[in-house]
Design a protein around this ligand. Structure first.
Ligand code: PHE
Length: 358
């Protein structure tokens, strides 16, 4: 068509009559309408718009070459082209609106959410069993008037050892147990330094619990380099060993059940005197003797004692001050309570293990 068109207009001498011009333009119209009717999307319509009405279109070339027509035919050619142009523009915009509407509807369908489909199941997290047991212990002691205090995990040797009457040559300071961060800075090996810090900051009566992380260089089925302890401290005038025993019996019954008894065995901690280790009735056999309690009927749960007068001296308390302290491993309590046999399970973050406590 383009070729024919150029031919038609190339030679000024050539005369075109009005019917030839009409046929020529109506040929263009027929062809363009055919193309228009097969357009399916916006992109196709844009291409068509450029091709049918743009600078390189046949219609445009008619207008461009109109001067080469005989003067009496120019008006007719110009009018016919402009009429077709207007019609095409109108039809393009109608089709454009239709196609846009169709595309919008298709997008709606594609993006639609089927509310009847089963949802993506998101598991709810839960408190770690160590945290749960820690909170449980705190709740048990609250009615006795204990409040919670915290101390730093990076601790000065003075609070971790000296203030607790642990002399420099004490085996507990051995490099094998203690992580030293500097000449006199350690990762606390127990929560007992919080006792010393609390006493230095406040005056009796004191009734505090101090839960938190502690660190020891140790790793096997019953030891991990980090574990949790909770410390209890009661300081006042006239505190006796029987108060300590009564407190611990109350705790043991609340924690392991009313049928639980406790047994105190003499022990040694440099910051308590006298000191004891406390056992509870075996949670598995209720005292009959089994594999878990190695046939004894008892399970060790904590260390305790009457605060050593040397500690009171270190923190500047009068000689008449009395008090008791106890400290226990939270994982150990959790292991007994939930009959878990490997301490390391607490720190492996295996969801199958943790899920059992949610
Ligand atoms: N701090 C001791 C330990 O880690 C436990 C303890 C606390 C003992 C308080 C007596 C009094 O083994």
């Amino acid at each position: 068509m383009q070729k024919r068109l150029l031919l038609l207009f190339r030679y000024p001498g050539q005369q075109l009559n009005s019917s030839e011009i009409k046929t020529f333009i109506s040929d263009i119209e027929i062809k363009l309408r055919g193309q228009l009717s097969s357009i399916k999307d916006i992109k196709g319509l844009e291409d068509f718009r450029v091709q049918a009405l743009g600078k390189k279109s046949e219609l445009y070339s008619v207008l461009r070459n109109i001067g080469e027509l005989p003067p009496e035919e120019r008006k007719l050619a110009g009018e016919s082209v402009n009429k077709l142009k207007t019609i095409l523009e109108q039809e393009i915009s109608v089709l454009e609106a239709e196609l846009k509407k169709k595309a919008g509807a298709e997008r709606l369908i594609a993006d639609a959410i089927d509310v009847t489909m089963p949802g993506e199941y998101k598991r709810l997290g839960a408190l770690h069993p160590v945290t749960q047991v820690m909170e449980e212990i705190v709740e048990i002691f609250k009615p006795l008037g204990y409040s919670v205090v915290h101390g730093p995990e990076i601790e000065h040797e003075f609070f971790n050892f000296d203030a607790l009457n642990i002399p420099a040559d004490h085996p507990a300071r051995d490099m094998q147990d203690t992580f030293y961060l500097g000449a006199d800075t350690v990762l606390r090996t127990h929560t007992s330094p919080v006792q010393a810090r609390t006493m230095m900051q406040s005056k009796p009566p004191i009734r505090v619990l101090s839960p938190g992380k502690v660190y020891r260089s140790d790793y096997d089925v019953t030891h991990t380099p980090m574990f949790h302890q909770i410390e209890g401290l009661y300081v006042d005038e006239g505190i006796k060993f029987s108060h300590l025993k009564g407190t611990l019996l109350y705790f043991a019954k609340r924690m392991f059940g009313q049928d639980t008894s406790i047994r105190l065995r003499p022990s040694y901690f440099s910051f308590t005197e006298p000191s004891a280790e406390v056992d509870v009735t075996c949670v598995a056999c209720k005292g009959k003797g089994c594999r878990i309690c190695k046939g004894t009927g008892w399970l060790e749960i904590l260390g305790c004692g009457m605060v050593n007068p040397n500690v009171f001296k270190h923190v500047g308390y009068p000689e008449s001050t009395t008090g008791f302290a106890f400290g226990m491993g939270i994982e150990r309590i959790a292991m007994l309570k939930y009959k878990i046999n490997d301490l390391r399970l607490f720190f492996e973050n295996d969801a199958r293990f943790l899920r059992q406590f949610s």
